[in-house]
Every structure is written in structure tokens, then in C-alpha cells.
Design a protein around this ligand. Structure first.
Ligand SMILES: Cc1cc2nc3c(=O)[nH]c(=O)nc-3n(C[C@H](O)[C@H](O)[C@H](O)COP(=O)(O)O)c2cc1C
Length: 191
């Protein structure tokens, strides 16, 4: 079993990466393979609404000059998908939004490609807006017929400078509980 985690932060080693790391650590402890994919440093453009994915139905986006098809392949090859985003103006980062638009549309065009995979969102925030980001991430999973595990709080951690989320004990615990629940669910589905 494998879980792929996308980090939508502009900072590869920032708080979003650390929060995802707590989730992945629990998954690894349960014997689940993990991979983290940084959107930072890569280009993922927004959907251009050409709808060619509905015509082609080839599990790919026709716009192939950026990283999106690599991301879609990684999602297809995993049993679980984590989407991690910082809070930028009370919403997901632009990179995460582009990933959601493009991979979400290709998935819909191909009969819900990620149906019954396990999915969860993770949010880093300094002060406010995280719950809206959490909702934005969950819309991706729920419209795609994916299965979403819960945790002991909504999946957010508080911090501004990289590393500050480590001081948010409840946020860290939420990530660990999410990781354990995701592993439990994956084993129920595939064990
Ligand atoms: C463009 C931008 C917009 C931001 N908007 C918000 C916001 O709306 N609410 C908030 O609490 N923090 C906001 N922040 C702070 C980040 O969410 C916070 O520093 C977070 O820990 C960043 O995660 P990272 O370390 O993974 O980059 C913003 C930061 C940036 C760069």
C-alpha cells in the first residue's frame, strides 16, 4: 500500500511539510509506503476548460508542458492521497488549486479515477482561514467518490515561520491521529 502526499506550499521545508511528515510517519510505522511530492519549484497551471480530457479519456491532461500528468500518475498509483496546503488569504495556495482543478477534471472525465482511494487534507495556518482551506481540500475528495478518514480535530496546525507548527501540540496530535486512522482505513480496504 502506498500514500502520496502533495505539498502545496511555496516553502518545501515549511510548516505544511512538517505536518504532512507527522502523518506520513504514522503511516510508515504501520508498514505503508509513503512519498512526498513538492509542488514548489514545479509548474502546475490552472485548468483552461478545454474539456479535451472528456474527449480523449486517456487519464491525462492534454496540456502536457507542466508537472500535472506526473502528479496524476502518482495519484493513480497510490492507495491514499494527502493534499497539504498552507493558508494563503484564507484559501489553498495557487499551486494546490491548480492541482485540484486539473487532476480533479481528468479524474471526472475518466469515470472518477480515484474512486474509493483514501484521501485527506492537511492545513498549515498562522492565524485564520484554515477551516476554509480544509473545506476546499475536502471538496476534491468528496466529489471524486473518495473515502476520507477523520482525526481528533480538523486537520490543521498553527505556525508562521517554518518549524513553528512543532509547538502546536494539538495540531501535531491531530496529524498523528490522522495518520493512524488513515492506516487503519487502508488496511480495512486492502488488508
Ligand atoms: C501569500 C500568503 C498568504 C497568507 N495568508 C494567510 C491567511 O490568510 N491566514 C493565515 O493565518 N496565515 C496566512 N499566511 C501565513 C501562512 O499560512 C503560514 O505561515 C503557514 O505556516 C505557511 O506554511 P508553510 O510554512 O508550509 O509555507 C499567508 C502566507 C502567505 C505567504
Amino acid at each position: 500500500m502506498k500514500v502520496i502526499a502533495f505539498n502545496g506550499s511555496a516553502r518545501k521545508q515549511g510548516n505544511t511539510a512538517m505536518l504532512l511528515g507527522f502523518v506520513l510517519e504514522e503511516l510508515k510505522n504501520e508498514g505503508i509506503e509513503t512519498e512526498i511530492y513538492d509542488l514548489a519549484g514545479k509548474t502546475v497551471k490552472g485548468c483552461i476548460a478545454c474539456y479535451k480530457c472528456f474527449k480523449n479519456k486517456d487519464h491525462r491532461c492534454v496540456v502536457c508542458d507542466d508537472a500535472i500528468n506526473e502528479c496524476i500518475e502518482k495519484m493513480e498509483g497510490a492507495d491514499g492521497i494527502l493534499l497539504g496546503s498552507p493558508t494563503y488569504f484564507a484559501d489553498v495556495s495557487a499551486a494546490m488549486k491548480a492541482l485540484i482543478e486539473r487532476s480533479g477534471m481528468v479524474a471526472r472525465a475518466n469515470g472518477d479515477m480515484f474512486k474509493r482511494k483514501v484521501g485527506a487534507g492537511v492545513v498549515a495556518v498562522r492565524r485564520a482561514g484554515a477551516i476554509h482551506v480544509f473545506s476546499s481540500l475536502n471538496y476534491f475528495f468528496f466529489i471524486g467518490q473518495m473515502i476520507v478518514p477523520g482525526s481528533s480535530y480538523w486537520n490543521l496546525g498553527i505556525g508562521r515561520q517554518p518549524g513553528e507548527v512543532n509547538s502546536d501540540a494539538e495540531g501535531v496530535q491531530t496529524m498523528k491521529d490522522l495518520g493512524r486512522n488513515m492506516a487503519w482505513l487502508l488496511k480495512k480496504l486492502h488488508g
